[in-house]
Write a protein that binds this ligand. Structure first.
Ligand SMILES: *Cc1c(COP(=O)(O)O)cnc(C)c1O
Length: 467
């Protein structure tokens, strides 16, 4: 037995011999890649050696097979890790899939501004150093009806900056029904602790009254914080004071009222049949001093934390040293300016988020039928394929209860479970992320762009076809 293994091991080819193989020549001749090829070759040979030692191999694979494996490894190494996927989940603002897709105008502006130099922090009229925030300030003030505006990396950073600036070592009053967690890493109590603010919880999970806030006010209080329940709803016997009630209370005691809106919507969504997401403007009008929200949720722009409100509260934040650590880059600013311009021009149909929201059942049904037909044709007897009514979600911590009527393609492969099909779909060239319900894999066309339909069908074919 021992000698059998020894002779097996002796048959493992040397790295140098493999590197000389002409099928690896293009890689090896590239100076930068040589190291990668050597690493991959060692990895493959180590695996073969280990398999031989534990008796998993009866004979060493041929040089041709080994070279093929090395090539595939090098190619996988060279391919992009971050890449486009097709979102067939029906969740429009999917945090794991990058939230809002950017509009073409935003992408073109990124290219226009970032391929060369720009006036990012240069005042062209004065010929001297300027501020990067001026490029979006006026637009944000206009669209939100606010006196002043500031942008940072994301909404978590926006909340952190405001707390640090106004509530460090002081108390912030929050309703127990609003101590939220968003997507794992944003937990309101933890952000508060990090900022040095002292959390004072009031009320109960389902009901908090104005008098709960009033009783909690002391000389240590800096702020009342209202948090929009963006990814959940407390329903039934519930009540919380409105923004204007809290504003009156806060101002009577010379406190700041801050509202974390989460998604931050700039237009009334009831035109899309969606209710319950307040516009930023309405919250400013109701008297909030500072309002924070994300750029990449319902706004449909880049990852960003947007802060709008009264000038006297924005100024200290604009001068705070923490701002430097959470400042936005030129790519995001270019994307945001272009996105905001679409709102000013009333061209919302140019924002992918709104196009997806606005799709009607007739269109979704037609598109689902097209895709189902193409998939049926490709898979033949390999799967049951049908279309049916279903519902999509807005996602991204917005409108948790809103269900958008939708039409989906259902696939039930004969030789695979829907879970196995989903796994395979994640591995093809253009990966597809789908939903599983009961025994079928569902493709929700609402979040699949029309120009992706062909590729979607191709990806399904590859996933079902591979063995
Ligand atoms: C999404 C959300 C956040 C976090 O925003 P990011 O931009 O992801 O940092 C904070 N608060 C609320 C209410 C949210 O909905």
């Amino acid at each position: 037995m021992r000698s059998e293994k020894a002779s097996l091991l002796k048959n493992i080819p040397k790295v140098d011999k493999l590197l000389a193989d002409e099928r690896l020549r293009d890689f090896v001749n590239n100076k930068g890649l040589r190291v990668v090829v050597v690493d991959c070759a060692r990895e493959v040979l180590n695996r073969i050696r280990n398999d031989a030692l534990v008796g998993k191999l009866e004979q060493i694979p041929s040089d041709e097979e080994i070279v093929g494996e090395i090539r595939r490894k090098v190619e996988a190494n060279l391919s992009y890790s971050l890449k486009p996927v097709i979102n067939a989940t029906g969740v429009i603002l999917h945090t794991n899939l990058g939230r809002a897709p950017l509009s073409k105008v935003a992408l073109e502006n990124i290219l226009r501004v970032s391929s060369g130099y720009s006036n990012l922090e240069y005042d062209l009229l004065k010929g001297e150093r300027g501020r990067r925030y001026v490029h979006v300030e006026r637009l944000l003030c206009e669209l939100c009806g606010a006196e002043s505006a500031l942008v940072v990396n994301n909404n978590a950073a926006a909340v952190m900056l405001a707390l640090k600036c106004f509530a460090q070592n002081r108390e912030v009053i929050v309703s127990r029904g609003e101590l939220i967690e968003i997507g794992g890493s944003f937990r309101m109590p933890e952000i508060m602790a990090q900022s040095g603010a002292v959390l004072v919880e009031v009320g109960t999970t389902n009901r908090t009254h104005l008098f709960d806030y009033e009783r909690a006010i002391s000389e240590r209080t800096a702020m009342i914080l209202k948090v929009h329940p963006s990814n959940y709803r407390i329903v039934g016997f519930t009540s919380v004071p409105s923004t204007s009630e809290l504003a009156s209370l806060a101002h009577k005691h010379e406190l700041i009222l801050m509202e974390d809106l989460g998604s931050g919507c700039l237009v009334d969504l009831s035109q899309y049949g969606l209710y319950g997401e307040p516009t930023v403007k309405s919250v400013i009008e109701a008297g909030a001093d500072i309002v924070t929200f994300s750029g990449d949720k319902l706004l449909g722009g880049p990852q960003m934390g947007i802060i709008v409100g009264k000038r006297k509260f924005l100024e200290p934040m604009q001068k705070h040293p923490l701002l430097r650590a959470i400042r936005v880059d030129k790519l995001s600013l270019a994307a945001l300016e272009a996105t905001l311009k679409l709102y000013v021009l009333g061209e919302l149909e140019k924002l992918p988020v709104f196009r997806m929201l606005a799709q009607d059942m007739k269109t979704l049904r037609r598109r689902a039928n097209e895709v189902a037909k193409a998939i049926k044709k490709l898979l033949g007897e390999g799967a049951d394929v049908w279309t049916m009514r279903s519902s999509s979600k807005v996602g991204g911590g917005s409108l948790p209860q809103a269900e958008l009527e939708s039409f989906v393609v259902a696939i039930k492969p004969h030789k695979l479970t829907p879970g196995e099909l989903a796994k395979r779909l994640a591995k093809v060239d253009v990966p597809v992320v789908a939903r599983i319900q009961d025994d079928a894999l569902l493709l929700d066309l609402r979040t699949v762009f029309p120009e992706q339909q062909k590729v979607l069908v191709e990806s399904v074919k590859k996933a079902v076809g591979q063995d």
